[in-house]
Design a protein around this ligand. Structure first.
Ligand code: HEC
Length: 191
């Protein structure tokens, strides 16, 4: 009996050791393991979202899309740099060499001026980002169409907004961005 207990302990110890090695190998090889890249981006997305997300009644798949969307908006797309005004809080401006603190109170609510053009409010209106359906949002990101025709003298297309770059994103990535923008806090324009 004593003998058996010793064996069990030895096997358990070996398994723990193996587990540790496996864990180390995975963490170290993260960049080489392409199959885990997506999950890693999802995790980073949730970590860097600068506002609380409304994840109530979201299933696992929806949450994954939201996490990926956060990654694409906050770590890749740079939406905050144009759609939040000002983008960073006083004392949290990375351009001044300060540790980055995104202006959560006005996050993606628009209002930044670019000459005659002003960035728009992307936060949810009745649960829809910028009040747009996914079909409309996709169309905006692919074609730059301005559904509000705010500057007909310039033509029907959004200016400044880098849609000529975003238009090459996959449907899946655009869906992820849309789902993320659907669960950030709604903010009405500053008066
Ligand atoms: C370089 C600045 C800049 C960046 C970066 C940027 N935008 Fe924009 N965006 C604008 C401006 C400016 C407008 C309005 C343009 C106009 O009035 O012609 C706009 C308009 C939009 C619109 C149209 C809104 C509506 O009500 O129809 C959407 C949607 C949008 N942006 C989404 C995004 C998303 C998502 C990102 C990040 C992936 C992003 N933008 C990044 C500047 C930017």
């Amino acid at each position: 009996m004593k003998h058996l207990a010793g064996k069990v302990l030895a096997v358990a110890g070996l398994l723990t050791l193996l587990g540790t090695f496996q864990h180390k190998a995975k963490a170290g090889g993260e960049d080489d393991d392409w199959s885990s890249t997506e999950q890693h981006r999802i995790n980073v997305g949730f970590k860097i979202a600068p506002v609380p997300l409304n994840l109530r009644r979201k299933d696992r798949e929806e949450r994954d899309r939201i996490g990926l969307g956060s990654y694409l908006v906050n770590a890749v797309g740079g939406c905050n740099d144009c759609h939040t005004s000002p983008s960073y809080v006083p004392g949290g401006d990375p351009f001044m060499g300060q540790p980055k603190v995104v202006n959560a109170a006005r996050y993606l609510a628009g209002g930044q001026q670019f000459g005659p053009f002003t960035s728009r409010n992307l936060t949810p209106e009745n649960g829809l980002p910028a009040g747009r359906t996914f079909a409309q949002f996709k169309n905006i990101m692919r074609t730059g169409i301005d559904y509000d025709h705010l500057h007909p003298q310039m033509g029907p297309l959004l200016q400044v907004m880098p849609w000529p770059t975003y238009q090459d994103m996959t449907d899946r990535d655009l869906r992820a961005i849309y789902d993320y923008l659907s669960v950030i806090p709604p903010i009405t324009p500053a008066s």
